[in-house]
Design a protein. Structure first.
Lengths: 498, 619
């Protein structure tokens, strides 16, 4: 595949599909689904190729493509991947691929438009994870955010207008803060070197003054933190999940939240290493709010989507704790958790969506004894619940253990609370299993049917398989992630100056 | 390489049954039995080789599982006398219980699911035994918790079973909370997870006493959960909601003993740490042993009585580790595995015949269930520790160790436990198998697939204690050769201890006999006189009550409720929707000024000009 623009192909496949879809008859659902499947299987295949073709010994950015865009301002279409981006691209392609299958039965009206927006969104996400140019990064980020508005507003469920407005406002607010930081770096670094550029690879070689790094890291942290979502800027997220249709919830929790964490890593830590070293102890304190408070709110929620939503914000707190360690163990664990949590929440939302489509409720106490009726869904749900509560053999466990071991030296209090919150996670997850699937079946749910046939089972099987593969053989991702983390951490001062 | 087969075969069996053969009941059970039997035949030659030459070099093999700079996690095995003994127990008892289950579960709709879970359990349990490092033991530790969850909740339509499963998993998680932190502490101090490397560092004195104390106590938390020690013992009695073979295999013979095995595995650390560590362990064990024995008195469900006796035995083993003799603890673990599995399987056979768990609906069963009754009595005698049954030798080792340790409170607790055990086991035998007929229908003896395992287990329950006769050389202790058990290891056979414990047990048996057979002591009168204490026992000292109604309802749920209140009312409604509301209404108000009427605009303009003129004139 020498010379083939793999990364552009990943980004363009969904975009080309969007253009084709515009000219397709909107009654022909079979063709529309077919196009969506092809458009998402190409990135999946290519990202798997990247996983194996990436040269870990060499490290750094590979498969780069660099085309000047606005020369006078130093803007380039510059894309490329390192170990961290490969993990994220793979995550995105798995989640969107399965999300297409989940929408197959779930979306019944305006099918064509639904896919157009969904594919636009995902092209943006691919772009974000592969951009090596700050302006490209911002451009693709907006491309990913804007389609969320119609996706939730049109195909969403209860309270969707409120949810979609809130979500879009928050995400744009975050983007504005991040843009402030980005522009500042552009001008200050440009003034320092006399060469104005948005190119991240070049910018990362500029040594900025420590005081400046500390100042500019803050808007970046807030901007990307809103996306993570860092408490107290988190409330857009659970309601966004709740109102969104399954496929969008999957992408939203599985992938969009990871963009914030990825931004902190790539832009924040990558360009402002000393700023990161200064602010990370603060992040280690803030993330406790996510971990503890998010988990506790999840405990009290009876709507399963809200439960998983708050649980996600709690688990993203672990990711931030992993970043805060600034050592190999913790940061590798955090990136692995981004991947594992993405797959796990995608599974969670697809399953909850499946149950909702049949019963029209997500309240766990309205459901009971479904295991007899839905054995396949019950098993899949149990796998998800156990993955979320950190059971060995599933991907999340490895990541969480690494974060705890890595953080123990500098942040023992956080580790104690985080490990405690695993019990809490297990509590609400097992309670959900018990009240939804166990005990005597209710007569109300006589008529519901289990996942049946290829289209319905396939997405669940893929997501479960990924959780198991990474859980049993974590090195398949960890080695490649580590090659990316290595370069990133090399520039961070060893001892965070206090 | 063949050692990896011990993990691969049962895992493969579980996967195969789940994915492929679940609709074929017999085939599924044969696959599962075949897997555990194959494991047994892999273990047997290794076991015999080690028995022949106990000082054979240990075997270790591993591969890298996670490797990032600063942290290496391996999946590996460590074969030494300790693990070989445990492998033998798990595969041997496991095989018998698998065979028994074929008869016991015969017309259950979840037959294949049951065997898949059993295989998953064998896989996880063997993983714990083989583990050569802390992370690996933790991994399989959680996985036995999962299999236990799945098997306790086997009858998931029953609310009691699904609650019990959840409770077991969560209570274990509380113990694992400490366990996980303990692993972090040890890794932070030593930079490795590997047992032999940690031992090396401990012996070289690289770990500070405080670190070792903290590490020991945190790791011990794991054992408190898994081995159901006070105050986390509450899950085990409820776990009896699972099918009886599960109670025998998981909640008596093997999984609950994993805590003791883990303590023996890290005994080098426990004995090198400041003595506070072992003191805590010993007292936890003693409280559990005595408390559970008392609670067993107040139960009338055959499985629950045995469950509380298991708690009591586990307390014994933990106390043994605490008083400095991990060897005696392991010895008791071995004999206990046989007699307790036997007792549970007998109970299963009785339940199978009578379709009830309540001993007051049984009585006079011995002529109907000859094999079951005989083996049950043999198992009970072993459990009570009557000379020369296996329990006598192992209990004696523990009591001698406690005696030699010099703490008479611990020794006294041990003796008192033996006394109470005598009472309730006698009660159990007499009420179930003798006395007046209180059962309904016509119970009949179980099929051979169930009785043959009973007979084999009974033989072991009677004789296996002989390998530990202290004057024998080499005996069990020299075979195990655990390091670091210096203080209290050199106690030998203590005649005073042996005789006094025998007297005490017989006193217990006689009291039980007088109460529940001859009626010389009227149990009803006793209940009336001691109504308060008896109610305390029936309600398990109100510990479960305290957890449910105070810790969970008052603290845990309240924190969750308050967090949600803050989230919904303060953050969302006040901080976020509040400003949005203000802005929207400010906008609505301002909009009302834009009327589109020229007169209005002229009026405002003229008014403005007039105001400006006045202001100008005044200044």
């Amino acid at each position: 595949m020498e010379g083939f623009p793999i990364i552009s192909a990943i980004i363009l496949a969904p975009l080309i599909a969007v253009i084709i879809l515009i000219f397709v008859n909107d009654k022909d659902h079979g063709l529309i689904h077919g196009i969506a499947v092809v458009a998402t299987s190409i990135p999946l295949a290519l990202s798997l190729y990247l996983l194996f073709a990436y040269d870990m010994a060499k490290g750094g950015y590979q498969f780069e493509e660099n085309i000047p865009w606005v020369k006078s301002m130093g803007i380039n279409y510059h894309v490329g991947v390192d170990g961290i981006s490969i993990a994220m691209v793979l995550l995105t392609s798995i989640v969107i691929f399965t999300a297409v299958f989940v929408s197959w039965k779930g979306i019944t009206h305006r099918v064509k438009e639904h896919y157009i927006f969904l594919l636009l969104l995902v092209a943006g996400v691919f772009g974000v994870f592969t951009s090596l140019d700050l302006l490209c990064f911002y451009f693709f980020y907006e491309l990913a955010v804007i389609p969320m508005y119609p996706l939730i507003g049109i195909w969403g469920s209860a309270n969707r207008e409120y949810a979609t407005m809130k979500l879009t406002l928050y995400l744009s607010l975050g983007a504005v803060f991040a843009m402030l930081g980005i522009l500042s770096i552009y001008f200050v670094a440009g003034a320092q070197t006399g060469h104005y550029t948005f190119d991240m690879v070049q910018l990362s070689q500029v040594t900025l003054a420590r005081g400046y790094q500390i100042k500019v890291f803050l808007p970046l942290l807030i901007g990307f933190g809103v996306l993570v979502p860092l408490a107290p800027f988190h409330s857009w997220s659970p309601i966004g999940h709740a109102a969104a249709p399954s496929a969008v919830s999957m992408l939203h929790a599985g992938v969009l939240m990871k963009i914030g964490a990825y931004g902190i890593l790539r832009v924040g830590m990558g360009l402002l290493p000393e700023g990161a070293a200064f602010w990370m102890p603060v992040v280690a304190i803030l993330c406790l709010i996510n971990i503890f408070y998010g988990g506790m709110v999840a405990m009290a929620r009876k709507d399963m989507k809200f439960m998983v939503g708050y649980s996600s914000s709690s688990h993203m707190g672990y990711v931030l704790l992993g970043f805060a360690t600034l050592n190999h163990i913790g940061v590798n664990g955090a990136v692995l958790l981004m991947f594992a949590h993405g797959i796990m929440t995608a599974l969670a939302f697809s399953l909850i969506g499946f149950i909702y489509d049949q019963t029209h409720t997500r309240m766990m106490y309205d459901l009971r004894g479904l295991a007899g009726k839905l054995p396949f869904v019950a098993i899949a749900f149990a796998v998800m619940a156990f993955a979320s509560s950190g059971l060995p053999g599933l991907a999340n466990f490895v990541a969480e253990v690494m974060i705890f071991v890595g953080a123990f030296k500098d942040y023992p209090v956080q580790v104690v609370i985080s490990v405690f919150m695993i019990i809490v996670t297990a509590t609400y997850m097992l309670r959900a299993i018990k009240s939804v699937f166990f005990c005597e079946a209710m007569e109300r749910w006589e008529g519901i049917k289990d996942a049946n046939g290829f289209v319905e089972k396939f997405p669940f099987i893929i997501l479960i398989a990924v959780l198991f593969i990474v859980g049993f053989y974590p090195s398949i991702l960890l080695d490649i992630i580590n090659s990316g983390v290595d370069t990133l951490l090399a520039r961070i001062p060893v001892l965070p100056p206090s | 390489m063949y050692i990896w087969a011990l993990l691969i075969l049962p895992l493969f069996s579980a996967v195969l049954i789940t994915l492929v053969t679940r609709r074929h009941k017999d085939l599924s059970s044969y696959i599962s039995i075949g897997a555990v039997l194959a494991c047994f035949f892999i273990v047997l030659p290794i076991f015999l080789r080690f028995v022949g030459a106990p000082h054979t070099e240990h075997l270790e093999g591993s591969f890298r599982w996670i490797g990032v700079p600063g942290m290496l996690v391996e999946i590996g095995y460590l074969i030494d006398p300790l693990s070989v003994l445990m492998l033998f127990i798990v595969t041997f008892v496991g095989t018998l219980i698998h065979i028994y289950s074929r008869g016991y579960m015969h017309d259950d709709p979840g037959y294949s699911r049951f065997f898949a879970c059993l295989s998953l359990f064998i896989f996880s349990m063997l993983g714990i035994v083989l583990a050569n490092n802390l992370i690996m033991i933790y991994i399989f530790w959680e996985l036995v918790g999962l299999s236990s969850y799945l098997l306790i909740g086997f009858y998931f339509e029953k609310p009691a079973a699904s609650d019990a499963a959840k409770k077991a998993f969560l209570v274990n998680r509380i113990g694992d909370f400490g366990f996980a932190l303990g692993i972090c502490v040890i890794f932070y101090a030593s930079g490795t997870f590997n047992f032999l490397e940690i031992a090396h560092q401990v012996h070289a004195g690289h770990l500070s006493p405080n670190t070792m104390l903290l590490g020991s106590l945190l790791l011990f938390c794991g054992a408190v959960g898994k081995s159901a020690q006070f105050p986390l013992h509450v899950w085990l009695p409820d776990a009896m909601e699972g099918p009886t073979p599960v109670s025998a295999l998981i909640h008596a013979a093997t999984m609950v003993a994993a805590g003791v095995y883990m303590l023996a595995r890290i005994s080098f650390l426990l004995y090198a740490a400041p003595p506070a560590a072992t003191t805590v362990i010993a007292y936890t064990g003693a409280i559990t042993a005595l408390g559970a024995a008392l609670l067993a008195l107040g139960q009338s469900d055959i499985k629950r009585v045995i469950a509380f006796s298991t708690l009591s035995s586990l307390g014994y083993m933990v106390m043994s580790v605490g008083v400095g003799s991990a060897t005696a603890g392991m010895f008791y673990l071995m004999t206990h595995a046989f007699f307790k599995a036997l007792l549970f399987l007998c109970a299963g056979s009785v339940i199978h015949a009578c379709h009830t768990n309540d001993i007051w609906h049984m009585g006079a069963l011995s002529p109907k269930l000859k094999i079951t009754a005989t083996t049950f009595i043999l198992g009970s005698l072993a459990m009570m520790g009557v000379f020369p049954f296996s329990g006598f030798w192992s209990k004696d080792e523990i009591l001698s160790a406690a005696f030699a340790n010099g703490d008479m409170v611990l020794y006294g607790a041990g003796v008192l436990t033996a006394f109470i055990t005598g009472i309730f086991m006698t009660k159990l035998i007499l009420v179930t198998f003798f006395g007046k007929k209180r059962y309904h229908g016509s119970p009949h003896e179980s099929p051979p697939s169930m009785t043959i395992p009973l007979i084999i287990l009974a033989v072991f329950a009677v004789f296996v204690g002989l390998v530990g006769i202290p004057s024998l050389h080499p005996n069990f202790g020299s075979f195990l050769g655990l390091h670091g058990a210096e203080h209290g290891a050199e106690h030998g056979f203590n005649m005073t201890v042996a005789i006094s414990s025998t007297i005490v047990v017989f006193a217990g048996i006689i009291i039980g006999f007088l109460t529940y057979y001859t009626g010389t002591i009227d149990p009803d009168k006793m209940y009336k006189r001691f109504r308060g204490p008896y109610r305390l026992l029936e309600n398990r000292f109100y510990i479960d009550h305290f957890y449910d109604n105070f810790i969970v309802a008052k603290i845990y749920n309240q924190v969750a409720r308050i967090s949600t209140f803050i989230e919904v009312n303060i953050i969302i409604h006040f901080c976020i929707n509040g400003p949005a509301y203000l802005i929207r209404h400010a906008g609505l108000f301002l909009r009302s000024t834009i009327t589109g009427g020229v007169q209005h605009y002229t009026f405002f303009m003229v008014t403005g000009v007039v105001v400006l003129i006045i202001v100008y004139a005044l200044t």
